[in-house]
Design a protein around this ligand. Sequence first.
Ligand code: KIV
Ligand code: ZN
Length: 395
Amino acid sequence: MSVTDSAAEKRDRVIIFDTTMRDGEQSPGASMSLEEKLELAKILEEMKVDVIEAGFPIASNGDFEAVRQISEIVTESVVCGLARAGQADIERCGEAIKKAKRGRIHTFISTSPVHMKWKLQMEPEQVLEMVTRSVSHARNWTDDVEWSAEDATRTERDFLLRCVEAAIKAGATTINLPDTVGYSYPSEYADLFRDVIANVPGADGVIFSTHCHNDLGLAVANSIAGVQGGARQIECAVNGIGERAGNAALEEIVMALKVRGDKLPFETGVDTQHITRASRYVSAITGFPVQFNKAIVGKNAFAHESGIHQDGMLKNAETYEIMKPEDVGQIESNLVMGKHSGRHAFREKLKELGYELGQNALNEAFQRFKDLADKKKHVFDDDIVALVDDALASG
Ligand code: KIV
Ligand code: ZN
């Protein structure tokens, strides 16, 4: 057996659970039409996302219809609907996923002191009872039931252990420990999973899941840390959209696991070449632009302007790129011509535009290019053609 074989054997599968249409749609202003959701579900399925959380059926007739219709057209991915712990929520969700080839009910209740006291106005023992009741009820509709302890990272540990144990006993097959308010540190989040998995009877028979919000910009780091602590499902959203500062970004999670497989022996089933298409589609239908410097899918994620970087890239792309743009569905790296560009990149750009200049003409054209780049933010191909033609005419 070769070294690669043994490394491959050790790789563990991480389930990718996409919540773009549920938590993602909870971003103020990000609502999507039924047609857009159906199209997005097809894209996610083609991308080989394992679980698609298609909506919150009791929230509106539109959400119910989206989950119901997505359940009818998706055959490969699991289709999931969200439900609070009450019977009406669970029944509405059960109805919506009824036709799914593989349907999941995701039910949740808050477990932290602040949520129980102020939001639920319930005593911990009442919450515990609701955990058992909600999960058992959901099992009447499907044998794929996920239970979430909302605000798990601010929950008292002993109480969390009791709730998780009750959910498992009642038949939950996935246990999600959300960092609902994006409060955790990565090492803390990893320890949470280690502790719960080591101390709850039956924990070895279920899948543990992360669900991280980005209030401190730590959602992706926390999700990866959760996997290091024993989680095998990550909940995330395309472009990181979601409540407040958003959810962990699907594209960042998937590529972090792919690129650093040497460090973390985990892999996803996602076909990464669909990532850019999914990102652009979500941006178009929500109207949320993707920031230029956004990891993986930003316009500048594979763009290089400085002369030193462009020179390195022209010699070997590995000098400044840790993944190939083609791997995420982008056509190619982009050497942006600007005031930081050097002679090497300029010469390559001229070749691309069909010019082979002698040394003197090249020097003259390069000087003109630098003068122009000092005055102009973007130097386009047409600008370069014009200045070279000018230099040639006057030389
Ligand atoms: O952030 C959260 O806790 C949630 C739950 C409903 C899973 O979105
Ligand atoms: Zn959330």
